[in-house]
Every structure is written in structure tokens, then in C-alpha cells.
Design a protein around this ligand. Structure first.
Ligand code: CMP
Length: 138
């Protein structure tokens, strides 16, 4: 099978009504949805998910934000999924995001930046397993 990455449509983009538009861009980008769910995580779950950032100054803000409302979590498949998805979403800060990227179009700010994308194959597997059991990955 193809490589996998993990994504979340973050609370800002869900609240702004962008789920459909972002999924359309993901489909147009050639990614196959292997798993998907609409859910809301607790502050404790967000702290666990973002544990790698626990010493960063934005950790508290980030985990408050990610637990503040519903999200869409998904596992995506494509050749070179991790790198190609990061290209599709654009830079972390939407002010630096290239034209045509998801963050350029839909993100509000550095913290409310519409979507998550895994930064490595290893983290894609860890992050996907945080949300999905093997049975839920199609
Ligand atoms: P993401 O790459 O999905 O996962 C880590 C998140 O931390 C990142 O998106 C941003 O939303 C957030 N982040 C990174 N840097 C900052 C920052 N300087 N201030 C606030 N949030 C940040």
C-alpha cells in the first residue's frame, strides 16, 4: 500500500464551516481517506497528543485550543504522503503559506491554522494510532 499521513481539521476550521472545502482539496490532491472521524478531545488527551511540545511556550495555548471544539481526524494514503501533504497544507504560519495551500485559504493564525499534518512517517503512525484502532483503518 501507499504511505500514510495523519491529519486533523482543527477547531477553527470546523467552526468556520470549512470541513467540506478542506476535504475537497485533500481529494483533489490525490489522497485516499483510509480512516476518518468527527470527534472532540479533552484537554488531557490534547496534552498527551502534543507531548513532544510540552516544553514549548505555546503548549498550554495549543492544548486549550485543540480541545476547545470538534475536529475531524483522518488517516490519508498516497505515495510520499507525509511530504506531499505538508506541501498541500502550506507553512505553519498562514502569513508564510504559499498561494493555493489549505492554510493560505483557511487558516486564521499561527495557532488557529486550520489543519495538522504529520512531520514524519514515524509520527504519522503514532498519531494515527492515537485516534484509530486497526479495525477502523480501511
Ligand atoms: P501543527 O504543526 O499542527 O502542530 C503543532 C502546532 O503548534 C502547530 O501546528 C501550530 O498550530 C502550533 N504552534 C506552533 N508554533 C506556535 C506558536 N509560536 N504559537 C502558537 N502556536 C504555535
Amino acid at each position: 500500500r501507499s504511505d500514510r499521513t495523519f491529519t486533523m481539521i482543527k477547531p477553527d476550521a470546523v467552526a468556520n464551516g470549512y470541513i467540506g472545502a478542506i476535504l475537497a482539496k485533500i481529494n483533489k490532491g490525490g489522497f485516499r481517506i483510509a480512516a476518518m472521524k468527527y470527534t472532540q478531545i479533552t484537554k488531557d488527551q490534547a496534552m498527551k497528543f502534543y507531548e513532544v511540545h510540552k516544553n514549548r511556550p505555546f503548549y498550554n495555548e495549543l492544548t486549550d485550543f485543540m480541545s476547545s471544539g470538534p475536529i475531524v481526524a483522518a488517516i490519508l494514503e498516497k505515495e510520499n504522503a507525509v511530504a506531499d501533504f505538508r506541501t498541500l497544507i502550506g507553512a505553519t504560519n498562514p502569513a508564510d503559506a504559499a498561494e493555493g495551500t489549505i492554510r493560505k485559504e483557511f487558516a486564521e493564525s499561527m495557532s488557529n491554522n486550520a489543519v495538522h499534518g504529520s512531520d514524519s512517517n514515524e509520527n504519522a503512525a503514532i498519531e494515527g494510532a492515537f485516534y484509530f484502532s486497526d479495525m477502523e483503518i480501511i
